[in-house]
Design a protein around this ligand. Structure first.
Ligand SMILES: [Cu+2]
Length: 149
């Protein structure tokens, strides 16, 4: 009995000391036949008392996942790979079609609307988190672009 209580106590403390990262609305968009890259978007909310950062991501549906940012350079929107995405304590970081996002490189098959695939995110403090990404139609993407958000 004493041992069980000790284990429970240790478990409780290790959970409460752990950085909390809340990941909402992970989504992707369907891709055309032969298209080798896709994108994944979501919202990252750091509810812990520590700054954290997304340092890596992977998914079985593609060769590898890159962290990307998009910014205007000489009037043209360009994206480039970045080593990490900062998620400061108490803050919410949105990964969007026109800003920070995850790039699914070397897709093994085209993504289909309605499909769901697992994506594992690795945070420096919160550790590994796997989410289920829902693939949306192209028209959902166009709608999002027209709304400007
Ligand atoms: Cu990209």
């Amino acid at each position: 009995m004493k041992i069980i209580l000790l284990v429970l106590t240790l478990t409780f403390f290790s959970f409460s000391a752990r950085a909390e990262m809340v990941i909402t609305n992970p989504l992707s968009f369907e891709t055309a036949e032969g298209q080798k890259v896709g994108a994944a978007l979501m919202t990252l909310q750091n509810t812990s008392a520590d700054d954290d950062k997304l340092i890596k991501a992977s998914a079985p549906i593609c060769g590898h996942v890159e962290l990307h940012t998009m910014a205007e350079e000489n009037g043209i929107m360009r994206m480039r790979e970045i080593p990490k995405i900062d998620v400061p304590k108490g803050e919410t970081v949105a990964l969007t079609h026109d800003g920070l996002h995850l790039m699914l490189m070397d897709l093994k098959a085209p993504l289909k609307a309605g499909q769901v695939f697992p994506l594992t995110l690795v945070f420096e403090k919160a550790g590994e988190k796997t989410v289920e990404v829902k693939v949306q139609s192209r028209s959902a993407l166009h709608k999002m672009m027209n709304n400007g958000n």
